[in-house]
Design a protein around this ligand. Structure first.
Ligand code: UT7
Length: 328
């Protein structure tokens, strides 16, 4: 038993912030951001929420799949930036889509989130527990960004992507995923809902560090981790499934930094044309980046029947992983 991606969708906020806009906030320049990251602009929520974007992306995917909301058995939302904690974002999506028969929960694995959500849904479908799943990655990272920190605010953006998955009788591909919590300090974000924080919410208290409530990143460490681990996990995934690298038409990598994607392509010895990118337009949208890319490729007809593709995510945790899929 395998899965069939039978519809995709995405939502991008219309409000754009270009690099000059960022240069008005911190000591940076359009040239530095483009050269070091590949980002030219990012889209930022302006009234939208993580849930509203998830709903729009999900609706598009359902329409394309020609699947009615009541047919969905499982809704999984991957996010680290939900505007709601209770009920979870997936239950909010269920309510708005009227997907009354779905079981719903969120998954938090940052930039590896969509790959892990896809794998989770695929396992449920392959196990015969559910038949139809809606998997969404939605992020409003601008709410978690320290707009005074040039090491992070240049990179991130907002958006959502979604895919409808159905159980399918074809061969199943096994994903490969890893985590290393010991290296988690490289990319962190503290919750404000912590006893220590709630009881020391004033500056000057040694337990209070306002910057902790925004994403903090050792960019170099994450970069080095990504360029080493992503090619490794892709090779591991291909080996586990007995698929050769030459059989892969597309490598859909998490859009973290153009230089990371270029380095992975080089380390795998593959032409960069097999690594589609949209980071220039959206920045790094964490768990939304892969499904947005997938939807764009699908809608422009770039994905042909029988083509094999690899989706690979990496980021906070640290976590990383890859999944193989054959387009039908
Ligand atoms: O989504 C998953 C998790 N995240 C990632 O995968 C992100 C991985 N990391 C990165 O993308 C990159 O590390 C960054 C884009 C965040 C930073 O790029 P970098 O090439 O690693 O820059 P750096 O931190 O090594 O800094 C290089 C220089 C430094 O100056 P000196 O010491 O060489 O004089 C920085 O102070 O660039 C300076 N710098 C900047 N200059 C202008 C750092 N940030 C900026 C900036 N504008 N925004």
């Amino acid at each position: 038993m395998a899965v069939n991606i039978c519809g995709t969708g995405s939502y991008i906020p219309s409000h754009v912030m270009d690099n000059d806009g960022i240069a008005g906030l911190v000591d940076t320049s359009d040239q530095w951001i483009r050269e070091r990251t590949g980002v030219k602009r990012r889209h930022i929520v302006d009234g939208e929420t993580t849930v509203s974007m998830a709903c729009e992306a999900g609706l598009q995917a359902l329409r394309q799949a020609d699947v009615a909301a009541e047919e969905i058995d499982l809704i999984l939302v991957s996010t680290i930036s939900s505007n709601v904690i209770l009920p979870c974002a997936a239950c909010e999506v269920q309510k708005r889509l009227r997907a009354v028969n779905a079981t719903c929960f969120d998954l938090s694995a940052a930039c590896t989130g969509f790959v892990l959500a896809y794998n989770t849904a695929a396992a449920y479908l392959a196990g015969g527990i559910y038949k139809t799943a809606l998997v969404i990655g939605s992020e409003s990272l601008s709410n978690l960004t320290n707009w005074k920190d040039r090491g992070t605010c240049i990179l991130f953006g907002d958006g959502a992507g979604a895919a409808v998955l159905k159980a399918d009788a074809r061969r199943m591909y096994f994903p490969v995923t890893h985590s290393d919590g010991g290296k988690g300090g490289a990319l962190t974000l503290k919750s404000r809902h912590d006893w220590n924080v709630l009881n020391a919410p004033v500056q000057g208290d040694e337990r209070y560090n306002g910057d902790e409530f925004f994403m903090q990143m050792d960019g170099k460490a994450v970069f080095q981790f990504a360029v080493k681990k992503v090619p490794e996990v892709i090779r591991e995934t291909l080996e586990r499934n007995g698929v050769s690298q030459e059989e892969i038409s597309w490598f859909l990598l998490h859009q973290a930094n153009k230089r990371i994607v270029e380095s992975v392509a080089k380390r795998l010895g593959e032409p960069i044309e097999k690594f589609p990118m949209n980071i220039q337009e959206y920045g790094n949208t964490s768990s939304a980046s892969i499904p947005i890319l997938l939807d764009e490729m699908n809608r422009r007809g770039a994905l042909k029947k029988g083509q094999k593709l690899v989706m690979a995510g990496f980021g906070a945790g640290l976590t990383w992983g890859a999944a193989l899929y054959e387009w039908i």
